[in-house]
Design a protein around this ligand. Structure first.
Ligand code: NAP
Length: 478
C-alpha cells in the first residue's frame, strides 16, 4: 500500500497541471487500451465472476465509452466552473474586488471497487474515470471477487496514464489503512449498506475528515397502475422477470418490489420459471442471498409464486407475493435489499394514497418506476410521481430500472441508504463534481493566477463573466 499511496501522491500535481486536452487524450488512450485487451480481460472476468461473455463484452465497451465521455468532459473545461467577477467600484454593497473562482482536484482518491460490475464499477470504471477527469490519481481497493482481473486492468489502463495515476491495493485491512491515510483526499464505494456505512464512518472520524461517496443497496420500487395492467399485463410480466433475473439479480437497480392493483404474480410465474441457473459472484453473496431469501420465504403473510433455488449450479429466480399490510408489519425483514434474483409483488388498493405509503415504507432508493396506461392522467398519478421523486434519484416510466445509461443527464444516486451523499451521482458527467473543490482568487495579479483564470485564457476553457455595473439591476428580472 505504501508504494501505491506514494505514487498517487507524486502523480497528483502532474495530473492537476495537465491541460484539459492532455488529460482528455490520456483518458482516450486508456479507453483504447482497455478495448484492445478485451480478448484477454473478458475471459479472466468470466473465470473470476461467473458472469456471461455477452454481458462482460457489453460491459467492457460501456467502460471504454465512459472513459471517452469523461475525456470529452475534461477537454471541454466546463467542469472547472470558472467564474470571473470584474472589480466593481459601483457595486451596490460597496466596491467589489476582482474575484476569480474555479474548481481544483481534491487529490488522491481511494475507490472501493464493486463486485458486480468487474469493469464498469471497478478498476477502470465510472468512479475512476470521473476522478481522473477531475485531475485526481486513483488508488483502487480491488474487490476480492476479481483480484487478478483488477491487477491486469490496472496494468493495461495505467500504462496509458501518467505514472502513479492508477494503482491497485488488495485486502480489507489495506483498504481501511488507506482510507485512514492522510494522503487520501476522498473515497468512493459501491457495495453493501453495512460495508459502506462502516467505511463512511472511518472517513468521517479521521483527524481530517474526507468526503466519502458510497453507493449502497436499493429496493427500486416499481408501481403498475390499473390501466397499465389492463393494457399490457403480459409485457409487464416479461420485462419484470428479465429485469429481476438479469445477471442473477446482482444489480443495485434490480426492482425489488413491484406494486400491482390486482392479482399479477401468477401471470409472471412462467417468465420467472423459464430462467436458467446463473452463478452468483462470490461466496459472500451466496451466503447473503441465501439468508435473505430464507427470511423472506418464511415471513407470515408472504406467499410463494415461484420458489426458485440456490444450488451448486447457480441460482434461479424467486418470486413472492404479499400485501401492503404485511409489508408494513414485517418491514424489518421485507424491506431490506435481497441481492440476487428475488422480488416481492405487493398488492395495493387502487385510489388509495399509495405514494404516502411508499414514503413511509421505503427509505431512499436509487430508482422508482411507474407503469401507466397510454391515456392515463389523474391527480392520484401526479401525487404519486411527486412521492416517487421524494424517495429516489431516478423516476422512470414504462420501463425497468436495470440498465443505467452512461450519459450527461444520468443520475445514479439517491437519498440514504441508496447513497451516503444524496447531492451527487456515481454515473453521468455530474459525477466529476465529487472530486473537485472550489477556490477563489481575490485581486491576484495576472502572472500569479492559475491558467484557467487568466484573461488570456491559455487553456481556452469556458469563463463565465460578471461585468461591473450589474448589481444595480439585480432583482429587476429584466
Ligand atoms: P461489500 O461486502 O460491501 O464489499 C465491497 C468492498 O468494501 C470490498 O472491497 C470489501 O472489502 C469492502 N468492505 C466491506 N465492508 C468493509 C468493512 N467493514 N471494512 C472495510 N472494508 C469493507 O460488497 P460486495 O462484496 O460487493 O457484495 C455484498 C453486498 O453488497 C451485496 O449482497 C449487496 O447487498 C451489496 N452490493 C451493492 C451494490 C450496489 O451497486 N449498490 C453492488 C454490489 C453489491 P473485503 O471484501 O476485502 O472485505
Amino acid at each position: 500500500m505504501e508504494s501505491e499511496l506514494a505514487a498517487a501522491t507524486a502523480a497528483a500535481p502532474v495530473l492537476a497541471e495537465m491541460a484539459p486536452r492532455q488529460r482528455a487524450e490520456a483518458l482516450v488512450a486508456a479507453a483504447d487500451a482497455l478495448l484492445a485487451a478485451a480478448d484477454e480481460l473478458v475471459p479472466l472476468a468470466m473465470e473470476e465472476t461467473g458472469l456471461a461473455e455477452p454481458r462482460l463484452r457489453g460491459e467492457i465497451k460501456r467502460t471504454a465509452v465512459q472513459l471517452k465521455l469523461f475525456a470529452d468532459v475534461a477537454a471541454a473545461g466546463e467542469f472547472l466552473d470558472v467564474r470571473l467577477d470584474a472589480p466593481d467600484p459601483e457595486f451596490v454593497l460597496g466596491p467589489r474586488p476582482d474575484l476569480r473562482r474555479y474548481l481544483v482536484p481534491l487529490g488522491p482518491v481511494l475507490n472501493f471497487a464493486a463486485s458486480n460490475f468487474p469493469f464498469a464499477f471497478s478498476v477502470a470504471g465510472g468512479d475512476t474515470a470521473s476522478a481522473l477527469a477531475a485531475g485526481c490519481p486513483v488508488v483502487v481497493k480491488a474487490h476480492p471477487g476479481h483480484p487478478r482481473l483488477s491487477d491486469r486492468t490496472a496494468q493495461i489502463v495505467g500504462a496509458a496514464l501518467p505514472a502513479g495515476a492508477l494503482t491497485v491495493i488488495h485486502g480489507q485491512d489495506e483498504g481501511v489503512a488507506a482510507l485512514r491515510d492522510e494522503r487520501i483526499a476522498a473515497a468512493s464505494f459501491t457495495g453493501s449498506l453495512a460495508g459502506g456505512r462502516a467505511l463512511a464512518e472511518i472517513a468521517a472520524a479521521r483527524p481530517r475528515p474526507i468526503p466519502f461517496y458510497g453507493e449502497l443497496g436499493s429496493l427500486n420500487p416499481v408501481v403498475v397502475t390499473p390501466a397499465a395492467l389492463a393494457e399490457r399485463a403480459a409485457g409487464i410480466a416479461e420485462g419484470f422477470a428479465a429485469s429481476v433475473s438479469g445477471s442473477a439479480g446482482q444489480l443495485c437497480t434490480k426492482p425489488g418490489l413491484l406494486f400491482v392493483p390486482d392479482e399479477f404474480a401468477s401471470s409472471a410465474a412462467e417468465a420467472f420459471q423459464s430462467v436458467a441457473p446463473h452463478p452468483l459472484l462470490h461466496p459472500g453473496i451466496v451466503d447473503g442471498y441465501t439468508h435473505r431469501r430464507t427470511e423472506i420465504l418464511q415471513t407470515a403473510g408472504v406467499t410463494v409464486t415461484v420458489e426458485g433455488a440456490v444450488t451448486d449450479d447457480g441460482v434461479t429466480p424467486t418470486l413472492v407475493e404479499t400485501d401492503l399490510a404485511t409489508l408494513l408489519k414485517h418491514r424489518d425483514t421485507l424491506l431490506q435489499e435481497a441481492f440476487g434474483p428475488l422480488s416481492i409483488v405487493v398488492r395495493y388498493t387502487p385510489g388509495e394514497p399509495l405514494g404516502a405509503a411508499l414514503i413511509d415504507l421505503i427509505e431512499g432508493s436509487l430508482t422508482a418506476g411507474l407503469h401507466i396506461g397510454s391515456a392515463e392522467d389523474s391527480p392520484w398519478l401526479h401525487e404519486l410521481v411527486t412521492d416517487l421523486q421524494a424517495l429516489s434519484g431516478r423516476v422512470l416510466f414504462n420501463g425497468w430500472p436495470t440498465g443505467v445509461a452512461v450519459t450527461p443527464a444520468m443520475q445514479h444516486g439517491g437519498p440514504f441508504p441508496a447513497t451516503t451523499n444524496p447531492t451527487t451521482t456515481s454515473v453521468g458527467t455530474a459525477s466529476i463534481g465529487r472530486f473537485l473543490r472550489p477556490v477563489v482568487y481575490q485581486d491576484c495579479p495576472q502572472f500569479l493566477l492559475p491558467l484557467p483564470l487568466r484573461d488570456d485564457n491559455p487553456w481556452n476553457v469556458p469563463q463565465h463573466h460578471s461585468p461591473a455595473g450589474e448589481s444595480a439591476a439585480w432583482g429587476s428580472l429584466a
